[in-house]
Design a protein. Structure first.
Length: 562
């Protein structure tokens, strides 16, 4: 569905920007998330300013932002796999408790006067770790909390919640730090986790039982990475997210130095500047809907990124408080707009079985770019000054906007969230879920004059097979029979093959049916499912007892699709 049509459909269904808040569960989780984000922003202000008091080194100050973002880059994908494998409510609770314990411990350490620059970075890393585990679990569950027609608005509201916290948190944090010190900011952060913990404890989430056991963590991560690699739209948005985060990471990481060195202010000035950036971010989140209705996603991303770069350049050359604050409002709006477009696009493109992992990959891309960019711009600021670092960042944002020539953004559209259940194949061998590899061969008879069209259809089918779990896919044509084509692929185990079949969406089935439509003749396609290296499925001696173990998930009837 084209982007404008999808938006229009949501609007006709009664989906305004604030419509998801009419759902009580979403509203409670959204408010709790807003408060926890508010506490995190207050803590970030306290940590960044505390670092400026402990050391004048620009690179150490910038590392506060890196310490917050690095865990998201490192563990977001495993966290997304865990969210897809287990109860998302429980995963979110565990992550919140980790962040709460970290906040309490380091508040006590700071109160005792034992805090050092590297301990402060460790604290930021632990808080970032909790957020990295919590965010994929809760954000990927938005589809369980709101109707499908207003899912984009629900996703956008989550971004708005973070940016409302960004706008209010720095100002509140600046007041707290100025009046009571960084210790108070750390304690307030701990308290802000409690409402969301209470909401999740009261959430009676209905979890659909899986017909298959969960994947092991390593395989689940690999499945998520494979899905992203073999989905061009998601792959493009992840690449663009990383580049945008890298180029634009200078503003948040160098904000304390902008306040101290370029404007000559203190903690309150720093809070006001962060608040201006946050106000702009809220405005940017609100303008995403009108922006994407008026422009296609590529134009929206390109021009907001260019305007972001211009605003950063103004902050670099201006030493005036008012001018810098106005420029930061624009910068905040132009920063969050493309990031929200990336977020919505990724979540709309992924089916439910992999939504936590693709969302985590998006967060890892953005935050990885911010973490690496914060380190890079901090190093430039240490060597050449804050003004030079901001100007270089502005130039990088301009170059990032040109990347769209090579990696154009796809149109935002609703993807299939639910999967189609196929019949289990009939088998005669006594195998277990770990038996394998499983080799699959599918024969097609295709008219010779349809060879090119069939080959193109099979290439579309290849992407679906591979992103859902098939490996070593190939298609071959018989030299002696110009109508005979053979598709081959394998899966590591029998359970992996069943998972690959259970991950088909309605759109995937349509692509499969299109390829099958080229098959001619009255005979049904011949499908072979072979057990490679069939250890345990044969008797080694005549007197060896037959295992006799019943096959895993015997067919209820029919052979289904390959």
């Amino acid at each position: 569905m084209p982007q404008a049509d999808a938006k229009g459909k949501a609007k006709r269904a009664g989906g305004g920007m604030w419509t998801p808040l009419a759902t009580p569960l979403f509203r409670r989780i959204w408010i709790g998330t807003l408060l926890s984000n508010l506490g995190m922003m207050i803590q970030t202000v306290g940590a960044a300013w505390d670092m400026t008091l402990m050391t004048p080194a620009a690179d150490m100050v910038a590392l506060v932002q890196t310490a917050m973002m690095l865990p998201i880059m490192l563990i977001a994908v495993p966290a997304g796999a865990i969210a897809d494998m287990h109860d998302r409510r429980k995963v979110g609770l565990a992550a919140l408790l980790l962040a709460l314990v970290s906040a309490v411990v380091f508040s006590i350490v700071s109160f005792a006067g034992l805090m050092s620059p590297w301990m402060l970075l460790a604290y930021c890393f632990m808080v970032g770790t909790g957020w990295a585990v919590m965010s994929p679990a809760l954000q990927s569950a938005v589809g369980e909390q709101v109707p499908a027609a207003v899912l984009p608005q629900g996703i956008a509201l989550n971004s708005i919640a973070f940016n409302m916290a960004r706008s209010l948190g720095p100002a509140i944090g600046g007041v707290i730090v100025a009046t009571a010190g960084a210790i108070a900011a750390f304690f307030v952060n701990a308290l802000m986790y409690l409402p969301l913990i209470a909401v999740l404890l009261l959430w009676r989430r209905v979890q659909k039982p899986s017909r298959l056991p969960p994947e092991r963590l390593g395989w689940a991560i690999r499945s998520g990475v494979r899905y992203a690699i073999h989905t061009p739209a998601i792959r493009t948005m992840l690449s663009r997210s990383f580049l945008t985060g890298f180029a634009g990471g200078s503003v948040a990481s160098l904000m304390p130095l902008i306040a101290r060195d370029l404007i000559g202010g203190g903690a309150q000035v720093y809070g006001v500047l962060l608040g201006a950036f946050g106000v702009g971010a809220v405005l940017g989140g609100l303008m995403v809907g009108p922006l994407t209705r008026r422009f296609d996603s590529e134009a929206a991303v390109r021009w907001t990124t260019i305007l972001f770069g211009i605003a950063v350049a103004i902050v670099a050359v201006s030493g005036n408080m008012a001018v810098s604050a106005l420029a930061l409002i624009v910068a905040g709006a132009m920063w969050i707009a493309p990031v929200t477009i990336f977020n919505i696009g990724v979540q709309l493109s992924a089916p439910r079985w992999v939504s936590g992992r693709t969302l985590a990959a998006f967060q890892a891309s953005v935050c990885g770019g911010i973490a690496i960019g914060s380190w890079a711009w901090g190093h430039v600021a240490e060597e050449g000054g804050v003004r030079l670092a901001l100007l270089c960042s502005a130039g990088a944002l301009g170059l990032t906007a040109l990347v769209g020539r090579l990696l154009p953004m796809p149109d935002l559209q609703h993807g299939d969230k639910e999967t189609v259940v196929l019949d289990d194949p009939e088998i005669a061998l006594a195998i277990t879920g770990r038996s394998g590899p499983i080799l699959v061969e599918v024969e097609y008879r295709v008219r010779a004059d349809q060879a090119r069209a069939f080959y193109d259809a099979m290439q579309a089918l290849r992407r679906i097979r591979q992103r859902n779990g098939a490996v070593d896919w190939q298609v071959a044509r018989d030299l002696a029979d110009d109508q005979l084509w053979i598709e081959r692929y394998n899966c590591p185990t029998w359970h992996d093959y069943l998972r690959q079949r259970s991950r088909m969406t309605a759109a995937d089935v349509a692509v499969t049916d299109h390829a099958i439509s080229f098959h001619i003749g009255d005979d049904v396609r011949r499908v072979r499912r072979l057990l490679d290296r069939p250890f345990g499925s044969v008797r080694w001696r005549d007197d060896t007892p037959d295992p006799g173990t019943p096959a895993v998930l015997p067919a209820a009837g029919g052979t289904g699709a390959a």
